[in-house]
Design a protein around this ligand. Structure first.
Ligand code: NAP
Ligand code: MG
Length: 404
């Protein structure tokens, strides 16, 4: 069989631990036999990040901006234990954080739905995608614990020397707590554009909720920025596709999500997104079945799995023990990236291959063959537990039985 040719290179970011093992298996079994892969390879494994003083991460992000599409393996974010384990020169920053700040993007997380892994919420039939604004609010706050009487004020000193001052609270001797939050208008604008672009890309409705009735300046600003950008740049495109932008109070959005059948993109402020993405992923079944894509406001895409490097399984693997690690989200990162590359370069065969790979992955699970994490939650009768490699090989068999 002729392998599918590519035009522009795909930026490939390799990673760490068990997902690095899966990465090679996926390439060898599911990508290279079918696609004449043209990729620009960056090794984001911790050892090489350390060797290059993390320059490789920065280079990979710039390559993504240049070519437009990347696929990324999960990577270790170093903590004190990792500094020791890998004898690091320094506690390097989270690669995802570095890439996100260079691309100025928003992360969209979507569950992969298969028959036999039923969502806990009965009405959900289609995936719900969460878009989290990853800048500011409580994540870059300034806070104080107050233990005596005094006046807390919010003060803004303009660059022109002007001053704005507002009373927060007059504390008595019992004290209390205060917190200063901020966000920047350009960041909210980028977030809004990434969300509108992704809704167009996915042909799905976009929902956004905030607490604008209580927070009449702060949350209301988010609402206004979204509405202004929608009206001036996206309304016509949304109407042409028959999709809608829907704003409501965050409480109302939550209530509607629980009663919906899914199938929408839900834009969340930073804290809401942090909390709600965990709620959505656990309600849909498993973190191992969540894909994640970083979308920049200029339309650059970086695909990955939502889970980490699955360290516990890796140490079993190093001990020579068999593992049964779920590769579905990483496979979907590859299919997502290849489909996008096919779309941008007008290679229909590559887009069909991405569809076929996803279909084969889902069909394999629905036929009862899956990794152990899914065995624990499936409603299918007599499922068969496979090890990491055998599961991928089963997908290959399914794929070869039904060529794209
Ligand atoms: P994790 O790798 O997501 O794994 C947590 C647990 O979830 C695993 O021990 C496993 O449970 C289960 N799990 C996750 N993915 C699975 C899969 N594909 N198949 C089967 N089970 C899966 O999170 P972590 O252990 O907290 O973090 C490990 C490393 O990943 C850390 O160094 C962290 O910095 C990094 N990380 C990277 C990213 C990223 O690159 N995007 C994201 C998160 C974390 P059982 O052990 O019970 O089987
Ligand atoms: Mg969270």
């Amino acid at each position: 069989m002729d392998r599918i040719a590519m035009k522009t290179p795909l930026v490939e970011m390799d990673g760490d631990e068990m997902t690095r093992i899966l990465w090679k298996m996926i390439k060898d079994e599911l990508i290279l036999p079918f696609v004449d892969l043209k990729s620009e390879y960056y090794d984001l494994g911790l050892a090489y990040r350390n060797e290059t003083d993390d320059q490789v991460t920065i280079d990979s992000a710039h390559a993504t901006a240049k070519y437009g599409v990347a696929v990324k393996c999960a990577t270790i974010t170093p903590n004190a234990a990792r500094v020791k384990e890998y004898d690091l020169k320094k506690m390097w920053k989270s690669p995802n954080g570095t890439i996100r700040s260079i691309l100025n993007g928003t992360v969209f997380r979507t569950p992969i739905i298969v028959k036999g892994i039923e969502p806990n919420v009965r009405s959900w039939k289609k995936p719900i995608t969460i878009a989290r604004h990853a800048y500011g609010d409580v994540y870059s706050n300034t806070e104080m614990l107050l233990e005596k009487a005094g006046k807390a004020e919010l003060v803004f000193t303009g660059a022109d020397g002007s001053e704005k001052r507002q009373l927060i609270h007059d504390f008595d001797e019992n004290g209390g707590v205060i917190q200063g939050l901020h966000n920047c208008t350009p960041s909210i604008e980028s977030f809004a554009r990434s969300c509108f672009n992704y809704a167009l890309d996915q042909k799905q409705d976009l929902w956004f909720g905030a607490k604008d009735t209580i927070s009449k300046q702060y949350d209301h600003h988010f609402k206004d920025v979204f509405q202004e950008i929608y009206d001036s740049e996206y309304k016509e495109k949304f109407e042409a596709l028959g999709i809608t932008y829907f704003y409501s109070l965050i409480d109302d959005i939550v209530a509607r999500i629980m009663k919906s059948e899914g199938g929408m993109i839900w834009a969340c402020k930073n804290y809401d997104g942090d909390v709600m993405s965990d709620m959505i992923s656990s309600a849909f079944g498993s973190l191992a079945m969540m894909t994640s894509v970083l979308v920049s406001p200029s339309g650059v895409y970086e695909y990955e799995a939502a889970h980490g490097t699955v360290q516990r399984h890796y140490y079993k693997h190093l001990n020579g023990e068999e593992t049964s690690t779920n590769s579905v989200a990483t496979i979907f990162a590859w299919s997502g990236a290849l489909r996008k590359r096919g779309e941008l370069d007008d290679i229909p065969a590559l887009m069909r291959f991405a569809d076929a790979l996803e279909k084969a992955t889902i069909a394999t699970i629905e036929s009862g063959r899956m990794t152990k994490d899914l065995i624990l939650i499936t409603t299918l009768p007599d499922p068969i537990a496979l090890n990491s490699l055998d599961f991928i090989k089963e997908i290959r068999k399914t794929l070869e039985a039904e060529p794209a």
